[in-house]
Design a protein. Structure first.
Length: 107
């Protein structure tokens, strides 16, 4: 079953520094995980009144199956990515999930 690793970043104390470091390293390090098929990054919109939501950014790294994802997180590439995640100055949550549905919707 397809598997993804999701990293959600809370609001950083210094958004400009976060964005600078993120652009320089995070996407490159995430994409370097062995066996990764697809990388999706997002920046969370603020609430309608302009105030921040609890989360700031997300990264989703897709793998063909659980075993490939599990093997990827034991590699030096994963260690480099995770080490860098904690350098960004924002609390993070990491999820390891089975992808059950991926449907293109047409209206």
């Amino acid at each position: 079953m397809p598997t993804k690793i999701t990293v959600t970043y809370d609001n950083p104390t210094d958004p400009d520094a976060f964005e600078t470091h993120y652009a320089e390293a995070q996407e490159r390090l995430a994409a370097a995980l062995p066996g990764a098929l697809h990388l999706e990054t997002s920046k969370v919109w603020p609430k309608e009144d302009g105030t921040p939501t609890p989360k700031y950014r997300t990264v989703e790294i897709y793998f063909p199956d659980y075993d490939t994802a599990a093997a990827a997180v034991t590699t030096p590439a994963a260690q480099a990515f995770v080490t860098d995640v904690f350098r960004l100055g924002a609390p993070v949550t990491m999820l390891f999930s089975e992808v059950r549905t991926s449907t293109a919707l047409t209206r």
